[in-house]
Design a protein around this ligand. Structure first.
Ligand code: ZN
Length: 71
């Protein structure tokens, strides 16, 4: 006879709100590093951001190393 009172059951679950927030943050990070052509800073700098492409210039070599399409 097995003593079942010693068996512990663990319910491992990730809260849906935490997973959703992390997915949004990860998506924004992937977009910023891999695909941004001035869109993210255009909220603050406007058209100048598309001309200067700050994030693009900052992450340019990383994009090529990671295989993202760049230009
Ligand atoms: Zn490039």
């Amino acid at each position: 006879m097995v003593n079942t009172s010693l068996i512990a059951k663990y319910k491992l679950s990730v809260p849906l709100i935490a997973a959703s927030i992390l997915i949004v943050i990860a998506g924004m990070g992937i977009f910023a590093i891999g695909f941004d052509q001035g869109q993210m800073f255009s909220l603050v700098f406007g058209q100048e951001s598309f001309d200067a492409m700050y994030l693009h210039e900052l992450t340019h070599d990383m994009r090529h190393a990671a295989g993202f399409p760049c230009h």
